[in-house]
Design a protein around this ligand. Structure first.
Ligand code: F6R
Length: 605
């Protein structure tokens, strides 16, 4: 969602803020602003639209500054306008905010009774007003009093007019990471804004106040006790957070999948067996479990659908997959023999985090599969299995998805082995196949030449269907979301056998069908389903296994995967689906990396 950055040090802060905002722009990007201390006081520059617009405006003034805060906004309360854009000022307070203040209406009424009115429609300005109302020259005390009144999620960076050179920060839910380097102290909503200055950083603990000055970052809890944060280290660098010659981050990230898979799989294999000892995950976690619930959102939830299929197939333990935003409203049945697995690239998705918290409250054991180190979901889970995809910048998730699949496969193998449902020999055979996936995906990357012309034909399509059975149905869900989010073409994923129970009435010669038929055990049934849509006029793009015997009259385009054991076909089919979405969006002239209305990390419910 919104991107936050604050810097105070001995170099040009305006430049640090603008570069940081550019790096954070992928999180949310309808407007942006910066505030900074100058010799004559605080100055603010705001612009609707991209950070480039803000940078142009900022270049018109030659103010010199060493301390400031900046924000890219993804609107929640109040439309897209300069007045609603952050930073917000009130009295002596200037702040930026990521999150939602749920009781802002109540607080606004209270403030109005004191004759104080906001100028914007944002909940964030109300937070600035509340902090200012407690401010009597002591920033920490004002922040402490104010947060007692605020309900909801927040990450704030705050400057006080009479404390030049200082930035204060506090968070509840929404992420903030920080580091102090030779150049000064820097804080941001994620590592991509910090990586230029340091690979070592810490996550600001919730409900702690950070005071940033040029020389240090001082952290205190709400009782004034000073604490030392746990330092973390990332093993990627600036190059990973840049496009590196690709037209879009999404294409770069599609191409990074072989390496991301290698980095995620290899460290978890010892003597040919899946092994999580380096992750601190003991087999005792799996031993007592008689039920698994997977909770996640969007693409991560789709990885969970594949995980369910694999775990049930191998272990015969029931698995349900829940959309995290629905999970807690279903009053889920959970006990201490339930393992709740949350999956999240960012590790900050508010609904997934809430599902995790509920699972813990009800006594379940929790394991999370997360990409961002030190994120809230990772920290709050009993166990965490990090995927090593590196930073994912494009809004549409690609490499994070395939590494989530890899993590789910590793879990399903170890789990089945511990449950004595598969032998050591069988486990090793499966691992051997999984180890081939980086190479298999590498081969798949060259299918772009076949897919680009197909995507060009989908250009004018208004609606289409993805169909499949079993693993292919789970993949259809992923293919559909990917296409919708970046090409804006309406699509639906359907279990192929379910189509004739109503939805087939929508099939016409203007509604193409992308049919996934990579699984031999249901191949004949898929062929029947394809014939059903074909005879209603649908153009069919079929994705099939290497050995599939496909009658030329059955489809308009056939994409075959290189030879692979069926249960591993999703790794290859995923690449085809990612390319279909990518090239269709490119053909439609859209901004692939930053689709309208979407943000990378959804930290509000
Ligand atoms: C789609 C996409 C989203 C995310 C979802 C969960 O391409 O990226 O559907 O998968 O918002 O995000 P994380 O994985 O960060 O919890």
């Amino acid at each position: 969602m919104c991107g936050i950055i604050g810097f105070t040090g001995n170099i040009n802060a305006k430049e640090v803020l603008l570069q940081g905002l550019k790096a954070l722009e992928y999180r949310g990007y309808d407007s942006a602003g910066i505030s900074f201390f100058t010799e004559t006081g605080l100055k603010t520059i705001k612009a609707v639209g991209k950070v480039a617009g803000l940078a142009e405006k900022a270049a018109m003034s030659d103010d010199c500054t060493k301390c400031g805060i900046g924000h890219t906004r993804w609107a929640t309360h109040g439309g897209v306008s300069e007045v609603n854009c952050h930073p917000h000022h009130f009295g002596k307070v200037t702040l930026i905010h990521n999150g939602i203040i749920e009781n802002y209406k109540e607080l606004q009424e209270e403030l109005a009774s004191e004759g104080k009115e906001p100028v914007s429609q944002t909940d964030s300005e109300i937070a600035a007003m509340v902090i200012d109302s407690y401010y009597k020259a002591d920033p920490v005390s004002a922040i402490k009093k104010a947060v007692k009144k605020l309900r909801g999620a927040y990450a704030f960076c705050i400057m006080f007019e009479d404390h030049p050179g200082s930035i204060y920060a506090i968070r509840n839910g929404s992420p903030l990471v920080a580091t102090n380097t030779g150049a000064g102290s820097i804080i941001a909503s994620d590592m991509v804004a910090l990586i230029k200055y340091s690979k070592d950083y810490f996550v600001l603990p919730e409900h702690h106040i950070a005071h940033l000055t040029e020389g240090s970052i001082n952290i205190t809890d709400l009782d004034h006790n000073e604490i030392e944060p746990d330092m973390l280290h990332v093993n990627w660098d600036m190059a990973a957070a840049r496009k590196g010659g690709y037209e879009y981050f999404m294409l770069k990230e599609i191409h990074e999948q072989p390496e991301a898979l290698r980095n995620t799989i290899s460290p978890r294999i010892k003597d040919g067996m899946p092994d999580f000892s380096e992750d601190g995950i003991d087999d005792s976690l799996f031993a007592d479990i008689n039920r698994i619930i997977i909770a996640a959102c969007g693409t991560a939830m789709h990885a969970g659908l594949i995980g369910k299929n694999m775990i049930e197939k191998l272990s015969r333990v029931p698995v349900s997959v829940d959309i995290a935003s629905e999970f807690r409203y279903q009053d889920p049945v959970i006990d201490e023999k339930t393992l709740v697995i949350t999956i999240s690239q960012s590790g900050e998705t508010a609904d997934t985090l809430a599902a995790l918290r509920l699972a813990k409250e009800r006594g379940a054991k929790t394991l999370s599969i997360v990409n961002v180190k030190g994120s809230s979901i990772a920290r709050e889970s009993d166990y965490v299995l990090y995927t090593h995809a590196g930073p994912e910048i494009a809004v549409a998730s690609t490499k994070a998805y395939t590494v989530q699949l890899a993590a789910m496969y590793l879990v399903s193998f170890r789990f089945a082995y511990i449950k004595e449902k598969i032998s050591g020999k069988k486990t090793k055979e499966l691992i051997k196949e999984l180890e081939k996936m980086p190479g298999f995906v590498e081969k798949m990357l060259s299918c772009d030449k076949a897919i680009e012309p197909i995507s060009n034909k989908l250009l004018k399509t208004e609606s289409l269907f993805f169909i499949g059975r079993g693993l292919d149905y789970a993949l259809s869900c992923e293919g559909s979301i990917k296409l919708k989010e970046i090409s804006y073409i309406h699509s639906e994923a359907y279990a192929a056998g379910e189509l004739k129970h109503g939805t087939i009435s929508l099939i016409t010669d203007n509604v193409p069908v992308i049919a996934l038929a990579t699984q031999e055990d249901v191949f004949a049934k898929m062929i029947s389903n394809i014939r059903e849509v074909r005879s209603r006029g649908a153009k069919v793009i079929m994705i099939a296994g290497a050995d599939a015997q496909v009658d030329a009259s059955l489809c308009d385009h056939l994409i075959t995967l290189p030879p692979v054991n069926d249960v591993f076909a999703p790794f290859g089919a995923a690449i085809v689906l990612q390319y279909i979405a990518y090239y269709t969006a490119v053909a439609r002239g859209l901004n692939v990396d930053q689709p309208r209305n979407l943000a990378k990390s959804v930290t509000v419910e």
